[in-house]
Design a protein around this ligand. Sequence first.
Ligand code: ATP
Ligand code: MG
Length: 460
Amino acid sequence: MPRSRILVIDDEAAIRDSLKMTLEYEGYEFIGAATGQEGLTLAEREAPDLVLLDVKMPGMDGIDVLERLRAMNDGLPVIVVSGHGTISTAVEATKKGAFDFIEKPFASDRVLVSLRNALDSRQLRDENRSLKRAVEVRHQMIGDSPGLKQVMAAVARAAPTNATVLIQGESGVGKELVARTIHRNSLRSRERFVQVNCAAIPEELIESELFGHEKGSFTGATEKQLGKFEQADRGTIFLDEVGDMSAKTQAKVLRVLQEGEVERLGSARTIKVDVRVIAATNKNLEEEIEKGHFREDLYFRLAVIPISVPPLRDRPEDIPLLVRHYMDYFSRENNARPKRITQAALDALQRYRWKGNIRELRNTVERLIIMTSGDTIDITDLPAVLRSPGANHAKAGGDADQIKAGTLREFKDNAERAFLVAKLRENGWNISKTAEVIDTPRSNLYKKLEQYQISQESDG
Ligand SMILES: Nc1ncnc2c1ncn2[C@@H]1O[C@H](COP(=O)(O)OP(=O)(O)OP(=O)(O)O)[C@@H](O)[C@H]1O
Ligand SMILES: [Mg+2]
C-alpha cells in the first residue's frame, strides 16, 4: 500500500510543524500549505488522499477553500479544524461536505482517529465503485452495427413488459447477455433471474428441476425440492437451449405459460407462480417444428417477442469495438499495461469467420493479451488460423481467391499478396516506409506491386 498523503492547510507554522511530526511518525506523507490559495494549488498538483483544513486564515477563509476543494474533487475527504470552534462553523462545514470537525487545541489522537475513519470510508467507496464498474463492464453490450442496434431496440421494447421472449442465434452470439439485459432493465430487476440449461440436465431430472418434487415422489427424492419456476417467482426464468426439451417437458412448460401454475412431482396441489419467461436456443425452431421435434403451440407462446441475434460475421463493424473492449478488459484483469493493436492485425480479425462468434473472439483477445510480450499486437502475434489469409475468412474477393488456391505456389503468392496489402495499409501506403518495415529493398517492393497488381486504388 502506498503511504496516504495528507495535505495540511493552516496559517500557523507551529501547528503545521507539530502535525508534520505526528503524521510522519504514523507513516503518512505530509504536505503543508500556509494559505488557502496555496492549499488549492497543492490539492490539484499533489493529489492528496485527505485534507486537514483550518477555518480561520487570513486571505481566503477555510469555508471557501472547502467549497472549492469539493468542487474540484468531491471524493476527497476534508477534515475541518478550527480554534474558533463555534457550533455554527461546525454546522456550516459539515453542510458543505466536511467529513469531520475538530476543535483546537486538539489532541493528536483525536486527529489520527478522524483521519483513519475518513481514509477507510474513502477506500471503501472506491472499492464499491470499482466493483460496480466491473459488473457493469461485464454486462455491457458492445457494438453499433445495424444488426446489433436492432437487437438493442428489441431489448428496450421487451424489457419493461411481462411478455415472453424467444432469443435465437448461433452459439456465442450473446443470447444469454440479451436475456440478462432484459431482466436487468425490467420491473423485476430486483427479483431473481433463474437460469436453466435444458440441454445440460438429463431427461429424467428436468421435470423435477423445473417443477420441484415432494419428498419420496420418486426413488432418490429424499428431500422436498423447490423447482426453478417456484424459485423464480416474481422474477425471471431463463430457459436456455429450450430447443432441447423433450416432448413431455414441453407440454408441462406450455401449461405453466398458459395457467401460471406449477405442480411439484408427487403432489396434486397446484402452486401459482408469477414468472416472466425468456427462452433461448441456437436451433432453428421453425425447422424443429417441421420435423415434429418442437410443439408449435409452445413456440407461439414463447415467441411473443422474438429476438434474433445475428452472427458476428454478419456485423463485422462490431469487431474492432469488441476487440478494443476486450483488450481493455483483459489488460485490467491481468494487471497488464494496455496494449496497442496494428491495423493489419485488426483487419485480419475483422476478416475471420468467427464460427464461435463473440465467445471465440473474446477468448482470442484474452490469449493475445496474455501471450503477446511486446506492447503492440501485430499480425504475426495472431494464431495461425487467423493469419493465413485463406482459411476461414469471410470477405469475398481477394480472400476467396485463397480458398481457390490449388497449388502451393498459388497459395504462397496469395499469402504474399495479402501480407503486402496489409503492411501497405498499415503504413498508409507509403512505399519507402513499408519497404523498411518489412525489410526488403524498395525496388523489390515495387516489383511485387507490379507483379500482383497491387495499388491503393484497387484496395477497396
Ligand atoms: N454485444 C456484446 N458485447 C460484449 N460482449 C458480448 C456481446 N455479446 C456477447 N458477449 C459476450 O460473449 C460471450 C458469449 O455470450 P453468451 O454466453 O451470451 O452467448 P450465447 O449466445 O448464450 O452462447 P451459447 O449459445 O453458446 O450459450 C459472453 O462472454 C458475453 O458476455
Ligand atoms: Mg448461452
